[in-house]
Design a protein around this ligand. Structure first.
Ligand code: NDP
Length: 242
């Protein structure tokens, strides 16, 4: 009898890295769940993938509804092996207005946590699962143009580390992978300094999933920059990130 396909759910699959990763995973043989707010983009994507696609509209900031949609789509898929929490927003916010900061926290922190807890519950019930979260090199240093973005990603990296410890304590085979990309060419990332293309990022993320890495930097040039920035004196960092 043929082996059942692996099933991956990508939260935030309508554009950018999430869309490229859904294509990459489907090309590698995964059936995929696709969720985001822009349902029509998900449907267009689902139609061209080589494996089975399950489309569900989801707004991660509508916390209870998003958790319910998560369980609905996973039920439709007959379970899930990999959950990729990729949905995220970033805003240039030079005047430090409240709304962009609020929206960043609502999506990248509250929405992320609502889905991460739903995924962990599900993994515990079904006895296995792999949680993959999109953080960023921005988790590693503050940015005066958008303070909430880096802080939200620091939350994601730290939260996933907590879940990894928790996974060791529960009676289920659960893995957790943290992805910290540098600049990737998508709608979200402004400027064009050393951007990597999304297909390269998606391929590196797929490899990190399959090698079951705990942590993966993606798109290496930016990673080197981030590491160097870690070592810069504060006075220089202030000049760079105002
Ligand atoms: P995009 O803007 O292209 O993609 C963001 C995805 O998140 C879209 O599918 C969007 O779907 C979804 N999304 C946003 N808000 C919500 C919401 N409220 N509910 C459900 N889905 C939502 O950006 P990227 O591909 O660049 O970003 C993907 C992830 O990678 C983000 O978490 C980002 O922080 C991270 N990242 C990106 C980097 C980059 O340089 N591009 C660098 C480091 C990390 P829709 O609008 O249809 O809801």
């Amino acid at each position: 009898m043929a082996e059942a396909r692996q099933r991956a759910l990508v939260v935030g699959a309508s554009s950018g890295i999430g869309e490229a990763l859904a294509r990459e995973l489907a090309d590698a043989g995964y059936d995929v769940g696709l969720t985001a707010r822009r349902r029509e983009l998900l449907e267009d994507l689902g139609r061209v993938l080589p494996t089975k696609a399950y489309v569900t509209r989801m707004d991660v900031t509508d916390l209870d509804a998003a958790r319910a949609s998560f369980h609905e789509v996973v039920d439709a898929m007959g379970g899930v092996d990999v959950v990729v929490l990729n949905a995220g927003v970033a805003f240039e916010n030079p005047d430090l207005e409240w709304e962009p900061e609020r929206d960043t926290i609502d999506t990248n922190v509250r929405g992320f946590t609502a889905l991460a807890t739903a995924a962990m519950d599900r993994f515990e019930d079904q006895g296995h699962g792999h949680l993959v979260g999109l953080s960023s090199v921005a988790a590693r240093f503050g940015n005066g143009e958008a303070p909430a973005y880096g802080a939200s990603k620091a939350f994601v990296s730290n939260y996933l580390e907590g879940l990894r410890y928790r996974a060791g304590r529960i009676d289920a085979d659960v893995d957790v992978t943290t992805i910290e990309p540098g600049y990737v060419d998508t709608d979200l990332a402004g400027g064009d300094f050393w951007k990597a293309d999304r297909e390269t990022a998606a391929e590196q993320i797929r490899r990190a999933i399959e090698k079951n890495r705990r942590h993966a930097f993606v798109t290496r040039r930016w990673v080197l920059v981030a590491k160097l920035i870690d070592y810069l004196p504060d006075v220089l960092k202030r000049r760079l990130f105002r």
